[in-house]
Design a protein around this ligand. Structure first.
Ligand code: ATP
Ligand code: MG
Length: 362
């Protein structure tokens, strides 16, 4: 396609997101869209302050962009842009696309890529109707979303769009808008899962590029929500806690019991690993049970002065990790517990019985 001056427009794919961290799921999807739509380049844009995640304990932008840069190193058709940081405030995709499409210099034809999970919630994004006009909106189908479900989503959220009968998967509007559904090799990888694995001592090798993995290790990323590993051996410098570990542990176990958590097990990690003093592992009968248990525990424990620094995995409810710094609680949907098998990974950690140990310590 050429612009009014007759010069060929460069086809640029835009891959946004928190990218906390970037992983092979992102990279492979971008690679396949690059190939399938014959794009010139794909630019990865880590969101500076993602509007949907502004309240979370978010890894700094510098780390996220550096990991993206390492991931694309040596790949000439991939690039990383820090554009969203230049604007400072919340990162709205519509502002980013508007800025890119009217930047002086070479004319660009933009292809904005989103996974179908993100697309199906797009009505909560700022000025979402403008997205497929400022760019071609490329929706990457991700299980469990079928093509029919995505097409129904387009019909509902973008009623002005109609299917192009000659080109399956393409939807057009009279205003020149374009939405396209594409398929790519599904890699069931998520940044949330990567963060939980790191926090639990599980490997993330082959989920992220090796350089990204090394960067995470060197910078101690995701090991703890508040840099616990740095504090090892300096107990004297730690702020006095209102509650001891044992009191916290007992309250947590009581909460799990009250919420009908099953097969609870406490691993004493104190002599095993610096990542936590205790792992509490329990399970729920369904993902809803796990989700309900986590949200109730967070609320009730905070009333008792026990602060949960971060919660990961609430959306799916298959493995929710609640980080209380010295104590990490893992709530599993029961069929998922054996897949991650934290008890097997940490088999050398003594099983801890709070009542007995409390009397030992007193
Ligand atoms: P988190 O678990 O923190 O939500 P994420 O892995 O979903 O992270 P994001 O940064 O939220 O990654 O996603 C950025 C974009 O990448 C979104 O459009 C999302 O749909 C897409 N995406 C995420 N994971 C994959 C994957 N495994 N395959 C294809 N697309 C993906
Ligand atoms: Mg996501």
């Amino acid at each position: 396609m050429t612009d009014r001056s007759g010069s060929r427009q460069k086809k640029i794919g835009i891959f946004g997101g928190t990218l906390n961290p970037i992983h092979f799921g992102h990279l492979r999807a971008a690679e396949e869209v690059h190939e399938g739509l014959a794009l010139d380049q794909v630019w990865f844009l880590p969101a500076f302050v993602p509007p949907h995640k502004a309240d979370r304990n978010l890894t700094s932008f510098i780390h996220r962009i550096r990991m993206a840069e390492l991931a694309v190193e040596g790949i000439s058709h991939f690039r990383v842009s820090g554009l969203e940081a230049e604007r400072q405030g919340p990162s709205y995709s519509v502002d980013t696309l508007a800025e890119l499409s009217c930047r002086a210099g070479e004319p660009l034809r933009l292809f904005f890529m989103v996974g179908s999970d993100a697309f199906l919630e797009i009505t909560s994004w700022k000025d979402y109707q403008r997205l497929p006009v400022l760019s071609e909106l490329v929706v990457i189908a991700r299980p469990p979303d079928s093509e029919q479900k995505i097409a129904a989503g387009i019909k509902r959220m973008f009623p002005d769009f109609y299917p192009d009968m000659d080109r399956p998967g393409l939807f057009l509007s009279a205003q020149g808008g374009r939405i396209r559904i594409v398929h790519s090799t599904h890699l069931e990888i998520s940044s949330t899962d990567i963060r939980k694995r790191v926090r639990s001592g599980l490997s993330v090798r082959f989920l992220v590029p090796e350089k990204v993995r090394s960067y995470m290790v060197i910078n101690n990323l995701y090991v703890s929500s508040i840099g616990r590993a740095d504090k090892q051996g300096s107990d004297a410098d730690r702020p006095a806690q209102a509650l001891s570990d044992m009191e916290m542990l007992n309250s947590i176990l009581e909460e799990i019991e009250n919420n009908k958590g099953e097969d609870t097990c406490v691993l004493d990690m104190r002599d095993i690993s610096p990542i936590a003093d205790f792992f509490v592992i329990a399970q729920g009968r369904s993902t809803r049970h796990v989700q309900g248990m986590a949200s109730k525990m967070k609320k009730d424990l905070s009333r008792k002065g026990i602060k949960c620094h971060s919660v990961e995995g609430e959306v799916e409810g298959k493995w929710i990790l609640m980080d209380f710094e010295d104590i990490v609680v893992h709530l599993f949907y029961k069929s998922v517990r054996s897949f991650y098998d934290l008890e097997g990974l940490w088999s050398e950690a003594p099983r801890f019985t709070p009542e007995r140990d409390r009397s030992d310590h007193n």
